[in-house]
Design a protein. Structure first.
Lengths: 96, 303
């Protein structure tokens, strides 16, 4: 794993002005995946958009951790449905 | 330019208190926030309106001005502009409010021309109450291509935010598919990673075949006698003509598969889907007397 692609959790706490416990809770709820390398915890830069989304929902919309879990679950379902809808629409072109 | 009723957008009456404005804003933001409505452009547009309405109504100064001029804002604008210029001469710029507005990695900073005209470009609140950002903004773009264009991988130059980006569009990309080009979004903030460029493809079918994923479909006319007695026909595939043997007694609607004559498989170089051909039997018309007699003979043989 390329270290340049990893952002230290301590750095995230500073940049986003959040407590370490918030990020820990996101990780424990399975909402983000923390990577531990030699005593330091990181977030992969590809996952930062997900982290930012959770941060916005939690801090801007006052949604608690349980709410975030439920939302994430529903968003994943929505994503699958949107994908399936698109496939069906593309398939429908065969009959038009 | 049309007047925008910010009270209507937040579903409030004109006497709404600041607490009610905040409450209404939060309620609507939870409903239309782009994070909760992925790929929903109408929700995003509504959210931008809600953000803009809140920007005005939650700032006492802006609300006062908005209430004062109402629908006559355009006439009042000329007078206000003169006043603003006068104020600027004395070094007193337009202050920005400290109200909360929700942010995100999406284009929520697009305020209406009405807002820009009434309050000026620098009037929107900056920073206060917004989620801090570290990663650069993701850019979303739509690219329309013909189906024939995506039969082979090709390089294309796109202009995103006045920058030219040369990308490779892989063969076999699908209609509605989004590809991510890492690091081609907005610049990161204070050393943060760059955002990404997300391109969604709108593929228009300009060929005579229908496509589903990597397979192509077409219907071919076969004359009655070839269908009955069998024979050879030549058909078009995407890459050229192919000769086919039609079996005797071929029924209408018979489907055959030409393996590997379909569309390229996405990101599987050298692999292709199949071409499905449905036979449509063309019945003879304008039969002469002799032909009719022969068909009647055939009919007798069958009855």
């Amino acid at each position: 794993m390329n270290l340049n692609d990893l952002i230290a959790i301590d750095e995230l706490c500073i940049r986003y002005k959040v407590e370490y416990t918030f990020i820990r809770s996101l990780s424990e709820s399975g909402l983000i995946e923390m990577i531990r390398l030699e005593q330091t915890e990181y977030l992969h830069c590809d996952k930062i958009s997900e982290f930012e989304k959770m941060h916005r929902l939690y801090h801007d919309l006052n949604i608690n951790m349980e709410g975030l879990e439920a939302i994430q679950h529903l968003l994943e379902k929505l994503k699958e449905l949107q994908k399936s809808n698109l496939q069906l629409q593309n398939r429908l072109n065969l009959y038009e | 330019m049309e007047f925008i009723d910010y009270y209507k957008i937040l579903e409030l009456d004109k006497s709404a208190s600041q607490a009610n404005i905040k409450k209404a804003y939060r309620k609507l933001a939870r409903k239309y926030h782009p994070d909760l409505n992925p790929s929903d452009k109408s929700a995003q547009a509504r959210f931008q309106q809600i953000n803009e309405a809140n920007e005005v109504l939650s700032d006492p100064e802006k609300r006062k001005k908005y209430d004062k001029h109402g629908k006559d804002w355009q006439q009042a604008e000329q007078f206000e502009q003169a006043q603003r210029q006068q104020q600027q001469q004395y070094g007193r710029g337009f202050g920005s409010g400290g109200q909360q507005s929700y942010s995100g990695n999406f284009d929520n900073d697009t305020f209406s021309d009405f807002f820009e005209q009434m309050f000026g470009g620098g009037a929107r609140s900056k920073g206060s109450g917004r989620s801090p950002q570290y990663k650069g903004q993701d850019f979303n773009a739509e690219l329309q291509l013909n189906l024939s264009d995506v039969f082979t991988s090709k390089k294309q130059t796109l202009t995103v935010n006045r920058k030219n980006i040369r990308i490779t569009i892989p063969a076999g990309v699908e209609n509605g598919q989004t590809i991510k080009i890492k690091g081609y979004g907005g610049s990161g903030i204070q050393g943060g990673p760059k955002g990404d460029l997300l391109i969604t493809f709108n593929i228009v079918n300009d060929i005579k075949f229908k496509r589903e994923k990597e397979n192509l479909y077409t219907t071919v006319d076969v004359d009655f006698y070839t269908a009955i007695l069998g024979g050879e026909i030549t058909i078009d595939t995407f890459t050229g003509k192919v000769k086919l043997n039609v079996k005797p007694e071929t029924q209408p609607g018979t489907q055959i598969k030409l393996k590997g004559k379909g569309f390229p498989k996405y990101k599987k170089e050298g692999q292709f889907g199949d071409l499905y051909i449905t036979y449509q039997i063309k019945m003879p018309t304008n039969l002469n007397t002799r032909e009719k007699e022969l068909f009647q003979e055939l009919q007798k043989l069958r009855s």
